[in-house]
Design a binder for this molecule. Structure first.
Ligand SMILES: COc1ccc(C(=O)/C=C\Nc2cc(OC)c(C(=O)O)cc2Cl)cc1
Length: 296
């Protein structure tokens, strides 16, 4: 990877890095112009050092079992490289496409080149101007198809939220940021034990008994419910500045619908079934696909 300063822009191989377009706990995403194909891309910039530090705190790895029964935590970078390899294989209209990885083993920075979704995040939350129901319906159907594909590929997203839903210029939604916080497994579902992702979106079962384990797929459905609620009401269903009160509300507060904007009875039914606190009673993705609000 050749890195050079050209004027006030960094040039990475054929990419000219422009202004930042996304920021998060993961790092930063910059607009990148590709001189070879005269196209723009979204360049996600990751620091390997930061990934290593982060893994130390809460990125619990699936421990690689040793014959001695001792579990050695996997090197977080191996995990990132494995996931990048899998992300390169993913190909679905509702999942953001990883185009290229620029990685200089001697450098601390890892560059992930993604297709650019020109309209960016679907909605900034909180907002006083949420999506009209028909718009939320159109986008929700895209997210359901994208998530169905990820689950089929044995990927649990674990961080579904409006800021990870990007809108293309032909007004389709693509799911992003499944690259560094999900679990792979060989069974039919991921049995998770740690929480990761965004606190206000974490499923109640992930908070109940930290030592317990829970279904990754059903936790994704919960987050899908919080996300759809946020798209139509402009706010999340459970919120508190204090993280412990937030977790208590997620686990124990009854779901409430604001009087305004008025949501249809079918939509409220859809939301109630996804935001069912007991994962055993929660609606599954195949059932969401045939729910009357989705199919109307
Ligand atoms: C207003 O115009 C805008 C156009 C595009 C953007 C944008 O793309 C933002 C984030 N992008 C991404 C983030 C990711 O993770 C956090 C991943 C991933 O790791 O999967 C991939 C992408 Cl692309 C923002 C504003």
């Amino acid at each position: 990877v050749s890195v050079e300063q050209v004027g006030d822009n960094i040039q990475l191989n054929q990419y000219k890095l422009m202004h930042p377009i996304g920021q998060g706990s993961y790092g930063i995403v910059k607009l990148a112009y590709n001189e070879e194909d005269d196209e723009y891309y979204a360049m996600k910039i990751l620091s390997k050092k930061k990934l290593l530090q982060k893994a130390g705190i809460f990125g619990r790895m699936a421990p690689s079992r040793k014959p001695s029964g001792k579990t050695a935590p996997e090197n977080p970078l191996t995990r990132v490289y494995r996931e990048v390899a899998i992300l390169k294989k993913l190909d679905h209209p509702n999942v953001v496409k990883l185009v290229e990885v620029l990685d200089d083993p001697t450098e601390d920075t890892l560059y992930l080149v993604f297709e650019l979704l020109k309209k960016g995040e679907v909605l900034e939350v909180p907002t006083s101007t949420p999506l009209p129901e028909d718009k939320a319906w159109k986008y929700f159907r895209d997210v359901v198809l994208g998530l169905e594909y990820l689950h089929y590929q044995k990927i649990i997203h674990r961080d579904i939220k409006p800021s990870n839903l990007l809108v293309s210029d032909d007004d389709r939604i693509k799911i992003a940021d499944f690259g560094v916080c999900n679990e792979f497994n060989r069974e039919d579902d991921a049995i998770l034990t740690s929480t990761s992702g965004t606190p206000a979106f974490v499923a109640p079962e992930a908070l109940a008994n930290p030592k317990g384990s829970y279904s990754g797929k059903m936790a994704d459905i919960w987050q899908l419910g919080v996300t759809l609620y946020a798209l139509v009401y402009g706010q999340i269903p459970f919120n508190d500045g204090n993280i412990l009160k937030l977790y208590d509300k997620i686990q124990h507060d009854e779901l409430q619908f604001p009087p305004k904007p008025e949501a249809s009875p079918l939509l409220k039914d859809m939301l109630s079934k996804m935001l069912q606190k007991d994962p055993q009673k929660r609606i599954t993705l195949p059932e969401v696909k045939v729910h009357d609000w989705v199919t109307q």
